[in-house]
Every structure is written in C-alpha cells, then in structure tokens.
Design a protein around this ligand. Structure first.
Ligand SMILES: [Zn+2]
Length: 60
C-alpha cells in the first residue's frame, strides 16, 4: 500500500490518503489541494512534490 500525508507538503494538514498505486494517490491529492487548500492551478511541480512524498506503507 502507498501512503501520502498532506502534512509533508502543507505543514499542519492532517489529511492523508492510501491507495495501491501512485496515480490514484496523485489524483486524490490534487483533488484535496483544490478543495482544501484553494489551489485552482495545479502546477507540474506540485505533482512532482506529491509523487516525491508518497511512501510505502508497511503491512502490519
Ligand atoms: Zn492538506
């Protein structure tokens, strides 16, 4: 499972998402950026920033 925590990009934000592929994580994260952080223009480097912060979540 892959995990993205918004707080790694936007300090203080508690939002996070899990998915089994990075494309789905990026899709959800971009949607979250728009809705919660008012990012109406998603820049190319934001997608890169999201991708750089997606981590493998170890199965318990
Ligand atoms: Zn956030």
């Amino acid at each position: 499972m892959r995990l993205f925590e918004c707080g790694t990009l936007v300090p203080g934000c508690e939002w996070h998402t899990r998915a089994d592929n990075d494309a789905e994580i990026v899709r959800r994260a971009v949607e979250h950026m728009r809705e919660t952080h008012g990012e109406t223009i998603i820049r190319e480097n934001m997608v890169d920033n999201i991708k750089a912060r997606i981590v493998d979540e170890q199965a318990a």
